[in-house]
Unconditional design. Sequence first.
Length: 316
Amino acid sequence: MDALRGYGELGLGSRLKRVSEYMMKETQLVYNHFNVDFDPHLFPFFKIIVNKNGVTNSEIQNALQFTQPAVTQALNKLNSKGLITYTVDAVDKRKKIIFLSDKGYSILKKLTPIWKSIDLVIKEFTQANSSSLIEHINILENRFKTKRFSSTIINNVEMNSTKALEIIPFEKQHAKLFYELNIEWLKTFFHVEPYDEEVLSKPEDYIISKGGHIFFARLNDEIVGTVALMPIGNDGLFELTKMAVSPKHRGFKIGQKLMQYCIDFARDMDLPKLILYSNRTLENAIYIYRKYGFVEKPLELDTPYKRSDIKMELVL
């Protein structure tokens, strides 16, 4: 049992402190992973110096609204790490102006892509509808338990700093990955239906040999996602289906890249349209489908999937 949750609004200060300590600890793990000698507690002081390009102790205090001892202590730590340098003001010799040192600029280059990923991940983790701050903190802490903050940031940094994602066609050795990626996704959000098991275990029979296509997203020689264009009937109609992304790579728009690739591929084939089946509980997915131009169409009574409660179509 989480005692702090039971205190409700009375425990707000302690809850915020716990969230802050967790995020600081996880951020330090990120810095350590990338061999960056930096303390996350020094971030606001360092960032002010970066933004101002010449700032006084008092200006930092006013900008951050921290106590003078806290500012002095942080500056002493930055100075001991060799990240800042001081110069005397040309007019008032008593005033010291603080700048980044050469080492400070060097570490800034390493920190910038990490900060960008931290910003993106925090936005992802904090997107939620809630009626109170306590409820929002509950949601945030639940997400920390299901998706570790530091690992998500590290994955984001590596995805944005390594070679570009590749979309590659189906090969026989990928059949097992096609099955595993989709089965994991189905078990996470729904359950595996007999039709799923049949198609996923025999992709060459149900998709490739019938003129369909399967694509994979590959990142640094690792298959991280998949999608299929499966022919339906004999009218040149294709279903956009079997899209799945590995758990640790979700949230990086790999699914959207796979979908855009399929749309472009279908247009190059002069296909008239694409259809897909989904479930309304997947609100983010439905939003993305609409974003790419899919519109809702009447759902047949004999849909191939029991979980489907919405059919969408994209005219190419």
